[in-house]
Design a protein around this ligand. Sequence first.
Ligand code: CA
Length: 430
Amino acid sequence: MQDSSMQSAPAQSWIESANRADCDFPLQNLPYGIFSTAAGQGPRVGVAIGDRIVDLSVLDQAGLLPAEAAGTFASASLNAFIGRGRPVWQQTRRRLTALLSGEDGRLRDDAALRERALVPMSAATLHLPVQIGGYTDFYSSREHATNVGRMFRDPDNALLPNWLEIPIGYNGRASSVVVSGTPVRRPNGQIKLPDQPRPLYGACRKLDYELEMGFIVGKESTLGEPVPIDAADDYLFGMVVLNDWSARDIQQWEYVPLGPFNSKSFATSISPWVVTMDALEPFRRDNPEQSPQPLPYLRQSRPNAYDIQLEVGLRPSGAQAARRISRTSFRSMYWTMAQQLAHHTVSGCNVRVGDLMASGTISGTEADSYGSLLELTRNGAAPLDVGDGMRRAFLEDGDEVVMRGWCEGAGYRIGFGEVSGRILPAAAIE
Ligand code: CA
């Protein structure tokens, strides 16, 4: 496998804060996002490096970026840049690497340009990075599907027969995808209590998170034409950490026969920086073993798994700090992103630039590696110690969930930053 991350000393930037071993945004990362500043113009495209954001609209104006990408950076979403295609993503990355390493000195040596192009991250507001046309949520962790099947259905037949053949997914809501830091209102909905003949209408009592990774589609496909699995690399622009907020009591009542609806559609949070597949390339790993062998359109001729470390912290209402409640990895997901894309389009359904596809909850095999409270607390039966003498079966108003992801290289990390969200009380019911 590709072990370039393990061999050479990490490349350095003249932006000192990027060179610390625990920095999420070193020279090797260069994730894209949308930011604005109080003093400046509206939202525009930036790249994170150390504790700075490079304003690409300024570099573009100065003629320092590839002509093929010109005009895409003074924009409130990444869609125009992404739409230029993979060769342009790679050209732009090479140019930024040269400028930020100092191999090309035109930014480093120009004080006036530096002043305009480098924004302290602490002075910026981060926005939703892409205009998302469609959001699809898969269900690709075998451990998670097994845990949920045991609780909600049948302990002896936790996995339904189709699970090992199909990367199971459903079409979610793009309209309620929000950027990290956006508060999330507890949903109201139909809840069926076991001792009542009919459901009640009220505030969710089992509010949960789901730890997931999402990928951003980078190329439009043609309606009626499936994307072959080995063409997936052209269609994957980059990844974010994703929290698929879930109302378990609403879900349990509504999900038969067509799957989740109100229980998932009220909010989905994503991290603000899109880490490109090029930055993740050194962390590509062999695919998990699949048995039975998937049908031909789902067979992969190259490795499509990625070694991404993940953790979840919970800051209970009133507490100073978040406590880590789960730690897991993206590496062992049963179905890969390439398989998800191939399956999504096999019917002829087309995808578009900016579409968001999520992995499904990522759970490991250990009890402290589960990606939801549903699993960690066994549907509320075993509340978690969350510090300061507090316990949680599910989320309470004022609680904040913080998720982080990163790839660990030798002497550097490719970080995603964090995705966080705090729970607001449900809207009053008349
Ligand atoms: Ca989900």
